[in-house]
Design a protein around this ligand. Structure first.
Ligand SMILES: Cc1ncc(COP(=O)(O)O)c(C=O)c1O
Length: 366
């Protein structure tokens, strides 16, 4: 039967987001023992959920018969208190992806343009395209965001700029002063989205200070995630912080109950669990050292990363796919990143010590 529903061209042109492959799917497809598969493909926290948060999640089941607090009052209070913000500056999301999408839906029309970097997080391109606006991909400089080129790309049509810091999948970080100077030059008619999904993995000297910049830059929005160091990827919760007038506009089109009851309670507890965040960072630092040592021993080039993942380079696309399939067949799921314009690279998330070892042993066996 033919379909007679016409789909707008800008929707037809969208290539679906490709996530890391789930363990169960790989087990089914390759007939592998699920318990032996290691997933290092979606930058999740290898420590799992913090024991403190787990307890709260178990208790939170009493209450799921009711709609969640659509305003997320207690979670916003917890974020505001922790980072010295006003709750009206905060907008909650079903993961930080939801915040990115809300930005696009609130501020972009089909006659606007949005700017992002080549090799930047894939969702920027998708959410822009879905609105019918034009996405402008600025060439990267040695896999890093080239903010000088961003400046040159700004036109009167530019409405939104997306910056991932650190960026996924390259793991690169923009220096604070460079970022601050850039923000000073961007016209106040352009919203700059600073995506800080991996900020918790940064050392003290690199940690973002952007919340404190909001007063000077009312055209700045910072997004954060509970999916990475907080270990709550499956619950889908993130948030944006911006000028309260902009947050108010975004709230008008937000789904009323976009963050569920369990996620809200878990996120509140997680914000208070500094020990778990510290442990997550330490596990990541040690794993990063283990993997970079391993790459060097194997003479494999990689991009130095500030996140909880590393992109490493193979000879060409064919070699990358051969490595990918070899690892997969042997129960190690990593991520091909051809859709990020990096066909000769694979990205591996940092796992626990034994998981990293299995990955490196498999790599060495090729
Ligand atoms: C840079 C970046 N931003 C945002 C996200 C979205 O995370 P979530 O929607 O799970 O909060 C990711 C996830 O991989 C990411 O890498």
């Amino acid at each position: 039967m033919t379909i007679n529903i016409s789909v707008p061209t800008h929707i037809c042109e969208i290539e679906p987001y490709q996530g890391g492959r789930p363990i169960k799917e790989v087990a089914r497809e390759l007939n592998l023992d699920e318990s032996k598969i290691i997933k290092l493909a979606s930058n999740e926290n290898p420590l799992g959920v913090s024991p403190r948060v787990k307890k709260i999640i178990q208790r939170s089941f009493d209450g799921v018969e009711r709609y969640p607090d659509g305003n997320g009052y207690h979670l916003k209070q917890a974020i505001a208190t922790k980072f010295n913000l006003a709750d009206r500056q905060i907008i909650l999301g079903n993961g930080s992806n939801d915040i990115l999408e809300l930005v696009a839906r609130t501020f972009l029309t089909s006659s606007d343009e949005a700017i992002f970097s080549k090799h930047a997080f894939a969702v920027y391109k998708l959410v822009v395209k879905a609105t019918g606006a034009k996405g402008l991909e600025v060439p990267a400089k040695n896999y890093e965001h080239d903010l000088e080129a961003f400046k040159k790309a700004i036109t009167t049509k530019t409405k939104v700029i997306f910056i991932a810091n650190p960026n996924n999948p390259t793991g690169t970080l923009i220096e604070k002063k460079v970022l601050y100077d850039f923000l000073s030059t961007v016209p106040k008619t352009v919203l700059v989205v600073l995506d800080e999904a991996y900020d918790e993995y940064l050392g003290d000297e690199f940690k973002s200070e952007a919340f404190a910049w909001l007063e000077k830059f009312p055209h700045l929005l910072i997004s954060r995630s509970f999916s990475k160091a907080h270990g709550l990827a499956g619950l889908r919760v993130g948030y944006g912080v911006t000028d309260q007038r902009l947050a108010d506009y975004m709230n008008r089109i937000r789904q009323p109950f976009n963050v569920n009851h369990v996620a809200q309670l878990a996120a509140i507890e997680s914000l208070a669990d500094d020990d778990f965040l510290k442990q997550s960072k330490q596990t990541n630092d040690e794993g990063m050292q283990q993997l970079t040592n391993g790459f060097e021993a194997l003479n494999i080039k990689y991009i130095s990363s500030y996140g909880n993942f590393i992109s490493f380079k193979l000879k060409d696309e064919q070699a990358a796919m051969m490595y990918y399939h070899h690892l997969l067949k042997n129960g190690v799921i990593v991520r091909p990143i051809a859709n990020y314009g990096m066909p000769d690279f694979l990205r591996v998330s940092i796992g626990l010590r034994n998981e990293n070892k299995i990955f490196l042993d498999q790599l060495a066996s090729i």
